[in-house]
Each structure stands twice: as C-alpha cells, then as structure tokens.
Design a protein around this ligand. Structure first.
Ligand code: ZN
Length: 278
C-alpha cells in the first residue's frame, strides 16, 4: 500500500498491483471495459511505469492519474459536467427559438465557415469547440469557442462583426441569454454611441451609466488609454453633461442591467457604432 497526496489531503492508493490502472477505475470489475487512451498526449505511460509518488487521485471519480490535464479528457465527472452544459444550451435554444448544433445544408455550412473565419481572424489563431453547443439565429452565429473569461463569440451574419462574450459568472446563469438579447437590441462589445430615450429618468440613466466604460478625458484633459469606469464622484456630472447621448462608450458590461431596465422599467434606447472621436 502506498499513499499519495491530493492538494494536501492524504488518500490511500493501491500501488503494488500490475493492474493499478484498472484497479482504480470506477468501472473496475467490468471485464469489457477498455479505457480509451488513444487521444492522450504526450504518449500514454502505463501506470505501473510511473513512480508511486507522482500518482494522484481524482477527487471526483477517484481514478488515478499523473497529469490532471490528461485525466480531464477521460474523467467521467468532466463528461457529466459537459452534458449538463449541453442540456443548458438545448433548453436555451428551445426557449429562444434558435437552431442548435451543426448545420446540415450547404448554405448553412458556408455561412458557418465564414463565421468561423471571422473568429479566427479576430483571434489570429485557430479555434475549436463542441459543435453540439453551436447556436444560430436568423441574424447571427454563436460560436462556443470558450475558455476561462470568455463564453464564446457572436458573429453577425450580415456585417461579420465578432463579439467576444467575456465571462458570465456573475449573471445568475443567464449570461449567454443576456448576450443574445443585447445583440438583438443593437449592443455589441465595441465602442458605441448610446442614446437613452429622452423621457428616461436621470436616476435610471445614472444607474445604467455606472456600468458603462468610457473614453472621456479626465479633469486634466488626459484621455484614458482604454475604456475605464466612471468614478462615483464624477458620475453625476458626467450624466448631467452628456444625457441623453453617450458617445464612445463600452456598454457590453451593462447588458444584464440594460435588459432588466428594459423589461421592468420600460427603458428604451438606440445604439450606433461609434465612428468618430469627440
Ligand atoms: Zn476524474
């Protein structure tokens, strides 16, 4: 018997058996079970060739591994998590009347290929994604090429504009839905000229604008290098000076608030791409 550490927690492990790999899998005892290891890279090293001290145990499925990055692809818990994600996407597509999954006819495939090309050009690199999570509306594609901090991309079919969706951890599981809503209401991740309907209350405008980023010069006349939040102390006068038109603002971070105000407080607005400086 050996013992291995997983992040400081000591767990016991069977180490002497030649059958170590099989003995520690959750489906041990199933004689027909053959692990699919063909896609592991670098080349798979049989467990009994690995020094005992470097073997770790997965806290989710209790299988043993030496590199978590390799185990990740075969961990049944990871697969369950992925399936939960697919289910979430299927429900969202159904709710919003979107197509989901890869297109099957040539027009759709050509349109998707063009959208993928736009994302690759945007990122300057190749992309990969689970095609089961792909979504399509009449006007855009959702390309689920994701990583921590990015929940995928919306590509406008007509303009080819690419919006990186950012991270959605704070939006109560509705982040993706809110992004689709935002896109359908003319919002995007670039700088825009945002105009409140003239009858919007200043209090509501102030609340919304506190979630915008801006590129206005500070009190010394210095322009920020990238969009910045308003400071609490400058919000009141910034809104009073600019209302109802906020030129060159990044409004994407305010999507959740904009949607809530739109649906619950009758907020209306128009958005134009921002083409000029002040
Ligand atoms: Zn696992």
């Amino acid at each position: 018997m050996g013992a291995v550490e997983f992040e400081g927690i000591c767990v016991s492990a069977v180490a002497e058996s030649d059958d170590f790999e099989f003995a520690n899998r959750p489906n041990r005892g199933d004689p027909s079970y053959v692990p699919n290891l063909t896609h592991l890279a670098p080349p798979y090293i049989p467990m009994n060739d690995v020094p005992t001290s470097s073997i770790k145990e997965c806290p989710f499925c209790e299988a043993s591994y030496t590199e978590y990055s390799q185990h990740f692809d075969v961990c049944p818990e990871h697969e369950r998590e992925a399936e939960r994600g697919r289910e979430h996407h299927r429900k969202l597509a159904e709710k919003l009347g979107l197509k989901i999954g890869s297109p099957t006819e040539s027009t759709g495939m050509a349109s998707l290929e063009e959208a993928e090309r736009q994302v690759k050009a945007f990122l300057q690199r190749d992309i990969e994604y689970d095609p089961q999570l792909l979504m399509e509306s009449e006007f855009w594609w959702y390309i689920p090429h994701c990583w921590i901090g990015c929940s995928g991309f919306i590509v406008d079919k007509e303009t080819g504009n690419v919006d990186c969706l950012g991270s959605g951890v704070s939006a109560e599981g509705r982040f993706l839905e809110n992004c689709f809503w935002g896109h359908d209401h003319g919002l995007n991740a670039d700088l825009v000229d945002f105009a409140f309907a003239p009858d919007t209350s200043l209090d509501l405008a102030k609340q919304i604008v506190s979630k915008f980023k801006h590129l206005r010069p500070n009190s010394h006349g210095m322009l920020p290098e990238e969009p910045v939040w308003y400071r609490d102390s400058e919000l009141e006068s910034a809104v009073a000076e600019q209302f109802p038109l906020f030129k060159r603002h990044a409004v994407w971070p305010a999507i959740t608030d904009l949607r809530k105000a739109y649906e619950e407080h009758g907020l209306r607005f128009t958005v134009e791409p921002s083409r000029e400086a002040f």
